[in-house]
Design a protein around this ligand. Structure first.
Ligand code: ZN
Length: 259
């Protein structure tokens, strides 16, 4: 599932293709989008120029010259691709924007869970905490934000109202960097551990951004702990374990992430 680094990278690529371009035709190609993107709404996109593409957490916003805002969320498997208008579309295309430079930007999504809809503003998005990569966040702020939160730190980190942009992958990665147990109680983390957690979140996201950059060059890069059950920990060599928390898989090192 795309998280902050993947969505940020997608937004940067989309900006290059879209900003300053006029939309010639918009099409919804899957029934999952036909309710939010009615024929009249699709027609309203024709002739509009895209002024900016922005990101808030895992949400993408296309700002049109009419003042309208088009909200896109990738959910599980969404991504942007583009091709020359008229060329065969890639598989699993759900939404397409034909542009005035004879290219077509498409939302491809094998699971068809991605959403596209007009919103009036950021206030229409679900409640979101600060951006997880916000450099102005402090350990004191995070400690206060965790106070009163019930449950294990791994599960609490997935709440977009705490920090926007962290999902299942980067929560595991951040806790591995911080050498914190995913089962530790979020509300009772000692100050030194909260400091380590914030540093771990930053390391995980920075590594994710770098990984996305290299991904484009065709290299494959695995995560440090996510999806590595049974493989040796990159820090201590112990076998990585998987546990299920809130119906989501958590990957962790039982030796260097003790409670
Ligand atoms: Zn380890």
């Amino acid at each position: 599932m795309p998280e902050l680094p993947e969505v940020e990278h997608a937004v940067r690529r989309l900006r290059v293709a879209l900003v300053g371009r006029a939309i010639v035709r918009a099409r919804a190609l899957h029934r999952s989008l036909r309710r939010s993107m009615t024929p009249a709404r699709l027609r309203s996109l024709a002739g509009r120029t895209v002024r900016e593409v922005s990101r808030r957490g895992k949400h993408q916003l296309l700002h049109l010259d009419s003042g309208a805002l088009l909200h896109v969320h990738f959910r599980m498997t969404g991504d942007w691709e583009w091709h020359a208008t008229g060329a065969p579309s890639p598989a699993h295309v759900r939404f397409a924007l034909e542009l005035d430079d004879a290219t077509t930007v498409v939302l491809s999504d094998s699971r068809a869970l991605a959403t596209v809809a007009f919103v009036r503003g950021v206030a229409d998005l679900p409640a979101l905490g600060p951006e997880a990569d916000d450099p102005t966040l402090t350990a004191d702020w995070l400690r206060a934000a965790l106070r009163g939160r019930r449950g294990a730190i791994k599960t609490v980190l997935l709440d977009q109202r705490l920090l926007a942009g962290i999902g299942n992958i980067y929560a595991s990665e951040a806790l591995w960097h911080a050498q914190l147990s995913p089962r530790a109680s979020a509300a009772s983390l000692a100050p030194a551990r909260v400091t380590r957690l914030l540093a771990g979140i930053r390391k995980a996201l920075a590594r994710g951004m770098a990984r996305e950059g290299r991904h484009e060059e065709g290299e494959s890069h695995e995560f440090l702990v996510y999806d590595r059950e049974g493989a040796p920990c990159h820090r201590c060599g112990a076998a990585i374990r998987r546990l299920v928390q809130g119906q989501r898989s958590t990957y962790w090192c039982p030796r260097c992430q003790r409670v």
